[in-house]
Design a protein around this ligand. Structure first.
Ligand code: SF4
Ligand code: SF4
Length: 343
């Protein structure tokens, strides 16, 4: 077997759902990054604007790299949550980064290391344009929702890479199969796509509920609905989900959490204890409670008012302001549904 076949076979055994191989060169579409940044579509994610040349060219990150091996694990969850409030599929269990890093390290040790090839493991925080590289590697195409679309796993692949100085025959870049479909663009609750293939992160609920540090602009609060963390709308509607199965990765398995009002009463110590090792941990208590207040403002009832009223006295001004907004929303809904009396 050649190197590429051994890598594919080993990756399957380790639990990866897809693998692609690309030459370590500037991927097609890398030039769009500058334009995207010039429009400030990255919002407060200032790290994306740092060193765009380095991000665009893998050889600037690692001058010895000849090949990039991109591997993906599906995060698809087919079981609905048991409690109020939705969490993005990839964040329903524990933090997948560690598990992905472990798998990639095992893949490298069982292949590249045996061949005497130096390697570097890259997961998320590395300055690589993972999605254009994955498309170049033949893993899938960059869909109109800006995600990698795989013919079997749809838009659900979480990606990690191995950079190596070994030359391996690259895969064939994937063709775009979006065609005339616009489902993801039409389904977006905030019209976050100014045009197909371009995302204005400042309008995206995944960005607003996770990355955005301060108060959520009022124009987006009702559109958040019951989303506590992230948004899967433009993934769920993709027709390339038709063959996508429930993820086999244990890190993504759904963990049942207490009800929203109970979590609203947690102090920082409790928050840290409950969420350490999960994607939610990075929000810290402040943003997590902010999100809970918005969801309660959208779906809560009079039963939730005592917990929210306590939230209005929280030491954190972000929590106080969002709790007050939620109380006002619940009162406004109750007034709107009150029967009118005819005199
Ligand atoms: S994640 Fe949600 S809000 Fe963001 S672009 Fe997709 S559908 Fe729109
Ligand atoms: S929903 Fe349609 S347009 Fe959007 S990524 Fe999927 S196939 Fe492409």
């Amino acid at each position: 077997m050649d190197h590429a076949s051994i890598l594919r076979e080993t990756s399957r055994r380790l639990g990866f759902d897809a693998l692609g191989i690309a030459s370590a060169e500037i991927p097609a579409g890398a030039e769009h990054l500058r334009h995207w940044l010039s429009l400030s579509y990255q919002g407060e994610m200032s790290w994306m604007a740092r060193n765009p040349e380095l991000r665009a060219d893998p050889r600037q990150y690692d001058p010895k790299a000849k090949t990039i091996i991109v591997a993906g694990v599906s995060s698809r969850q087919t079981t609905p949550p048991l409690r109020r409030g939705r969490i993005a599929a990839y964040a329903q269990g524990s933090d997948y980064h560690e598990s992905l890093r472990d798998k990639l390290t095992q893949l490298a040790q069982q292949t590249l290391a045996l061949w005497g090839a130096p390697y570097r493991v890259c997961v998320d925080s590395s300055p690589l344009m993972e999605k254009p590289i994955a498309a170049m590697a033949g893993l899938g195409w960059l869909g109109k929702n800006t995600l990698i679309i795989h013919t079997e796993h749809g838009p659900w692949l979480m990606l990690g890479s191995l950079l190596t100085s070994l030359e391996i025959t690259p895969g064939i870049p994937s063709q775009d199969h979006c065609g005339s479909c616009t489902r993801c663009l039409d389904a977006c609750p905030t019209q976050a796509f100014p045009q197909p293939y371009i995302l204005d992160a400042r309008r995206c609920l995944a960005y607003l509920t996770i990355e955005h540090p301060g108060p959520i602009p009022e124009e987006f609060r009702t559109r958040i609905g019951d989303r506590l963390f992230g948004c899967d709308e433009c993934l769920e509607v993709c027709p390339w989900n038709r063959h996508a199965q429930q993820s086999r990765e244990l890190a993504f398995s759904y963990v049942t959490r207490p009800d929203l009002t109970e979590m609203l009463a947690w102090n920082d110590t409790r928050f840290r204890r409950e969420f350490r090792g999960t994607p939610i941990f990075r929000l810290k208590r402040s943003r997590w409670l902010r999100n809970i207040c918005i969801v309660l403002g959208n779906i809560g009832t009079a039963h939730d008012l005592p917990a929210l009223t306590t939230g209005c006295r929280d030491a954190d001004p972000l929590v106080r302001e969002h709790a007050a907004w939620a109380v006002a929303q619940i009162h406004a809904r109750a007034t709107a549904t009150m029967p009118t009396t005819n005199n």
